[in-house]
Design a protein around this ligand. Structure first.
Ligand SMILES: C[S@@+](CC[C@H](N)C(=O)[O-])C[C@H]1O[C@@H](n2cnc3c(N)ncnc32)[C@H](O)[C@@H]1O
Length: 290
């Protein structure tokens, strides 16, 4: 097998030189040849897409993201398939596993939590597989920030409150301190900041925000295991949430949402169902929120 980094570099060179002919010919949601990289959604089996479910139900081998893919989903849709957790396996182990199964004619699916496009490390697996001659494609899923938003019965963008959303993660092994932009997003005021991979670091993240001079009363909601049977919601502020989450004992698997939109309070009615609806012009003329 080719060194995965060499495969990634080669794929990057090809992308720079020419557009993948499948772009524009294949739509997202279309079942294609090869191994699908499927977003399993946040946990509840009902939040897997119809296409994702169809693919998982017909799979012989399901390689999944371990504890973040709800075992209820695996039991419901692929109890008879061979199931392999990707936790603790490097590319050198994962790629031959999927390649060999695919080449022997087995139906293989790769199941990522949420949507593979967010902190999923899917592309490197896809590039390495394609380098080995195995076609791949993506099937989107519901990212955990959207599930948390639904749990909180709010919107991440909210008229007069939040015009932007940041999907981010805190500094740590992967991010250097100067690559941690949480403070900058919060500083912008009308951004809802959704922190992935940061449950263990909530207290220190909040301490940094306090040191930067952010308002202690800025709302923060933490949704643990959004859409799972043991889902839990802890609400507070920059000043209080660290202690509350520590008391609950959560160190992983939670979505942290910072900003006024987390509460759903204080917004204004939208232009869409106000002046825009009554403007009396061609409805295809411009885009509006839906
Ligand atoms: C490696 S990232 C994968 C994110 C995933 N691709 C997504 O779109 O949700 C794992 C992080 O996603 C968040 N996460 C995943 N599933 C979650 C859930 N059901 N509830 C809350 N947060 C979740 C947590 O912050 C966790 O640390």
């Amino acid at each position: 097998m080719t060194d995965p980094q060499d495969a990634i570099d080669a794929a990057g060179d090809v992308r720079e030189a020419e557009r993948d002919p499948r772009i524009g010919e294949r739509t997202a949601g279309e079942i294609q040849d090869g191994i699908p990289f499927i977003g399993a959604g946040p946990g509840d089996p009902g939040l897997l897409t119809v296409t994702g479910r169809e693919l998982v139900e017909t799979a012989d081998l399901v390689v999944h993201a371990g504890s973040l893919v709800n075992s209820e989903l695996l039991d419901a849709y692929c109890a008879d398939a061979e199931q392999v957790s990707s936790i603790g396996k490097d590319l050198e182990e994962l790629i031959p596993l999927m390649r060999d199964a695919y080449e022997t004619g087995r139906s293989v699916v790769r199941l990522h939590s949420g949507d593979p496009a967010i902190y999923g490390a899917a592309l490197e697996q896809m590039d390495a597989l394609e380098h080995e001659g195995v076609p791949t494609y993506l099937v989107p899923g519901v990212t955990s920030a959207f599930a948390a938003s639904a749990t909180l019965r709010t919107q991440l963008t909210l008229n007069g409150v939040a015009n932007h959303v940041a999907f981010t993660r805190p500094r740590g092994e992967t991010l250097d301190p100067d690559e941690d932009h949480i403070g900058e997003f919060v500083e912008m005021g009308d951004v809802t900041t959704c922190i992935y991979l940061g449950t263990h670091a909530i207290a220190e993240t909040m301490e940094r925000l306090v040191e930067m001079g952010h308002d202690l009363d800025t709302p923060v909601a933490v949704v643990y295991h959004a859409s799972w049977p043991d889902e839990d919601v802890i609400e507070g502020t920059i000043g209080t949430i660290g202690e509350r989450v520590a008391a609950a004992g959560y160190r992983a698997s939670a979505m942290v949402i910072i900003g006024d939109a987390a509460t759903g309070a204080g917004y204004e009615r939208s232009y869409l169902y106000g002046d825009w609806a009554n403007r009396g012009t061609d409805e295809n003329e411009s885009e509006a929120d839906d």
